[in-house]
Design a protein around this ligand. Structure first.
Ligand code: ATP
Ligand code: MN
Length: 538
């Protein structure tokens, strides 16, 4: 499947301003794995995977992500604290510094592309200071054929130097680390952070601007898979809500776990060529496909191992955000190429730590629009003893940090597409049941999978009184029964065993939804506003 014999080709980086570098072009994963270990930047785990530490940063740094304000972006980007403007001249200066920094060094260059649909193929060159970051690019982007490489010309270039530190007073950054997108130069520069996720989310953000603006295609922060009948399902959700976990299903072919485009030609395609899974508390029993993907070729990040290289997935002493990246072919059941038809079912995943949203419910089109714009999930406040209050977190389109345009532009496209395609939309609470975080428990993965399967198989009945109960606060339709799931689990109120406490919490969440939605109220139609929770505090 993968051709690892690489014809040699020499490239120069002079045109980037990177002079006299020792260029390692298009090394195969085995070589990058070995180089990483030889340089003391990683070790091999007992599974055969490469294990690295990403350093100071073990997650993205949204406050240090900038977009150059230029003729292309100035009138289109939704500027603010998500899309923070950066001056062109400042970018040029910082670019000179970072390329100077890489000059004379050993660097790793990888030519790859994003977008599995040939009509949208976007060539990407990634220039890395470290071999493991370059191996990440191999895993996560799509891999060109030998022929494609011969006359490869990059459209976007990512320059990634974790060891280069910006000087905020001189460079105009917030602190020493930064990720800056320049749409005129089609270049992303990332410095001061080794967190690999910045590389993939940088390109994602670029596509989230270019696809809707220039190519009439809706970019989505979602996973996707396809059933034996060719029915596509997509799963939107913020970090940790289950996109990767739930799309990786032995009975359905994986299209991708994080970033997709929905075209006007009725297709859904993956932007990427690999997956980036959370491994906190990963178990072979519960997530066998992901567990099995952790082998030679995969890169584990920030995990703790014993002296035999066995990973302790429960150990979060470096970070809660332990990860593994692997090329998609590490998963057995995949769709090749990574393209599906129009989705038949759309799932909005939310990890509701208030524990009040039903574990699965069906949404009307106006509720779908409302929830997409709201993009709700919850964070659990700290880990200090006694702090159990969940904090609501709203991120428009379930991915605001990666969306350069105003959220309503994506929401309008999605609404129209959902209407045209006649999809079913479901809200799935993969979070708490039986009480809020601290009192209740996380929904069993087994039950969430059963509910999703039931929705996919049409086992949740018709949108009628017999089959559904309309939730008195959220207005969503809660199925009365679901194969493989105890009936009482379907009603969050029943799992609490305390109606007063349940409704008090439900109203709290309702008020949070309302508060958040204020900023969209002037835009949203009456129809969309009606999609929100219907009852508020007494
Ligand atoms: P990101 O955007 O950061 O990649 P993600 O949406 O892909 O996030 P996952 O990597 O799938 O999120 O993380 C979900 C986590 O929650 C996993 O660690 C999974 O094991 C755990 N989990 C526990 N219970 C459930 C459940 N009922 N449904 C889904 N995931 C669950
Ligand atoms: Mn994921």
């Amino acid at each position: 499947m993968v051709n690892h014999t690489q014809k040699t080709k020499t490239i120069s980086l002079d045109n980037y301003g990177i002079k006299n570098a020792k260029i390692n072009y298009q090394l195969i994963p085995d070589q990058l794995h070995a180089e990483t270990i030889a340089k003391g930047q990683g070790v091999e785990a007992s599974s055969g995977a490469l294990a690295v530490n990403t350093g100071e940063f073990t997650g993205r740094s949204p406050q240090d992500r900038f977009i150059v304000k230029d003729d292309i972006t100035k009138d289109k980007v939704w500027w603010g604290n998500i899309n923070i403007p950066f001056e062109s001249e400042k970018f040029d200066k910082l670019y000179d510094k970072i390329t100077d920094y890489l000059s004379g060094k050993e660097v790793y260059v990888r030519d790859s592309y994003a977008c599995a649909d040939p009509n949208y193929k976007t060539n990407i060159r990634v220039i890395n200071e470290y071999p493991w970051s370059n191996m990440f690019a191999y895993n996560m982007f799509l891999r060109p054929t030998e022929e494609e490489l011969q006359d490869f010309s990059p459209e976007w270039t990512v320059i990634n130097a974790p060891g280069f530190m910006a000087v905020p007073e001189e460079d105009g950054t917030r602190q020493h680390n930064f990720a800056i997108l320049n749409f005129t130069k089609k270049t992303a520069i990332i410095g001061g952070t080794g967190y690999t996720g910045e590389i993939k989310k940088g390109i994602f953000s670029a596509l989230n601007f270019e696809l809707p603006v220039f190519k009439n295609t809706l970019p989505m922060h979602c996973s996707a898979n396809v059933g034996n009948d060719g029915d596509t399902a997509i799963f939107f959700g913020l970090s940790g809500t289950g996109k990767t976990t739930l799309s990786t299903d032995a009975n359905r072919s994986l299209i991708g776990d994080d970033e997709h485009g929905w075209t006007n030609e009725n297709t859904v395609f993956n932007f990427e060529g690999g997956c980036y899974a959370k491994v906190i508390n990963l178990s072979q029993e519960q997530e066998p496909e992901i567990y099995g993907a952790i082998k030679k070729g995969a890169i584990l990040e920030n995990v703790i191992m014993d002296d035999k290289g066995n990973v302790d997935f429960a150990d979060t002493s470096i970070t809660q955000n332990t990860r593994v990246s692997y090329p998609i072919y590490h998963i057995e059941n995949i769709k090749t190429p990574s393209i599906g038809k129009n989705p038949k079912n759309i799932f909005f995943l939310t990890a509701d730590a208030f524990g009040v949203l039903p574990p699965i419910s069906k949404l009307t089109p106006s509720q779908a629009a409302y929830h997409f714009i709201s993009g709700y999930t919850a964070k659990v406040a700290g880990t200090e003893a006694g702090v159990v209050e969940p904090v609501p977190s709203f991120s428009a389109c379930f991915g605001a940090p990666f969306m350069p345009l105003h959220p309503t532009e994506y929401a309008d496209m999605l609404s129209k597409k959902m209407k045209d395609a006649g999809v079913n939309v479901w809200l799935v609470n993969t979070g708490w049941t039986g009480g809020p975080y601290g009192v209740g428990t996380r929904m069993k993965l087994k039950y969430t999978r059963a509910m999703i399967n039931a929705a996919l198989n049409g086992d949740l009945g018709d949108y009628t009184y017999e089959d559904y109960h309309i939730h008195s606060v959220f207005g969503v339709a809660q199925p009365r029964t679901c194969p493989g799931v105890p009936t009482e689990v379907l009603s969050p109120r029943k799992t609490w065993n305390d109606d007063k406490a349940y409704y008090t919490m439900a109203f709290k969440l309702t008020n949070a939804f309302r508060e958040n939605f204020k900023k969209f109220e002037s835009y949203a139609s009456e129809e969309i506003r009606r999609g929100g929770p219907q009852r508020y505090a007494f």
